[in-house]
Design a binder for this molecule. Structure first.
Ligand SMILES: Nc1ncnc2c1ncn2[C@@H]1O[C@H](COP(=O)(O)OP(=O)(O)O)[C@@H](O)[C@H]1O
Ligand SMILES: [Mg+2]
Length: 251
């Protein structure tokens, strides 16, 4: 069944029977126990599940931030499992964008410099028209010369979104991107992420524990105990909450 799906849709990232085992002997933890998933290009996918279910581990393995114990990971057509450190670094710079809960902006750089950093590190020049589009979309035109400390949390996260988007990566990975934001700023960031999928065909994978945040996605994948146990398409916050309650009972 997986094979027929692969022929119909373009896949931005996929995991094939991925295991992640931390530690050895008695202290061994099976953080992922054979996860296979395909993430479609131009889709917004949310990953949910109880704390400790392997959400961050799965995202880190998909993004090439963490090596798998077994199985294979692909970004686009490229197999990233087994790449050298240099190959992985190059892949993360060119094909992957990140948005973190803590924003992870460099405090000494302006918003504009932060946004352009991934491009300048890899020696690339921004496409001016695309840069302007991104800045307009996130509404940061009059904040470009400000440093992170001069921006609200919501504005800082919009800078991080612009930074992820400006290099037009194959996939953007976001780990609890609204976890540190009030509900209004969170809604702004989520709308922006959803619009970048709709308007620019960006692929986004987001870890969240918030059913309302997940309702912005096209698809929700539910993890429990290192396994994918359920999924929802075109989710509403109520439907997500309902599945989470069932999962909690089962665990
Ligand atoms: N570096 C690590 N060393 C040992 N165990 C880890 C490490 N990272 C995560 N784990 C364990 O792996 C499991 C999954 O963790 P994680 O992916 O962070 O879950 P989630 O993001 O869903 O809360 C947990 O049991 C966690 O304690
Ligand atoms: Mg986590």
């Amino acid at each position: 069944m997986t094979a027929s799906v692969a022929t119909r849709t373009e896949v931005a990232a996929k995991a094939v029977d991925v295991w992640k085992i931390y530690g050895t002997g008695e202290a061994q933890v099976h953080a992922l126990g054979g996860v296979s998933v395909e993430l479609e290009k131009g889709h917004f996918t949310a990953i949910m599940g109880p704390s400790g279910s392997g959400k961050s581990t799965l995202m880190h393995c998909l993004a090439g931030l963490d090596a798998v114990s077994r199985g294979e990971v692909y970004i686009g057509d490229s197999k990233i499992t087994g790449l050298s450190d240099r190959g992985l670094t190059n892949l993360r710079r060119t094909k992957v964008g990140f948005i973190f809960q803590q924003f992870n902006l460099l405090p000494t750089l302006t918003a504009e410099e932060n946004i352009l950093l991934p491009l300048s590190i890899s020696g690339r020049k921004p496409d001016q028209a695309w840069f302007d589009t991104v800045i307009e979309t996130v509404g940061l035109r009059d904040r470009l010369k400000h440093r992170p400390s001069q921006l609200s949390g919501g504005q800082q996260q919009r800078v991080a979104c612009a930074r992820a988007l400006v290099s037009r990566p194959e996939v953007i990975f976001a780990d609890e991107p609204t976890g540190n934001l009030d509900s209004r700023s969170g809604a702004e960031v989520l709308s922006f992420l959803r619009n970048s999928v709709r308007d620019f065909g960006q692929t986004i994978v987001m870890v969240t524990h918030d059913p309302n945040a997940a309702s912005y996605a096209d698809r929700v994948i539910f993890l429990a105990d290192g396994h994918i146990v359920d999924e929802l398409h075109a989710p509403t916050a109520d439907a997500v909450l309902d599945r989470l309650k069932r999962l909690d009972k089962a665990v």
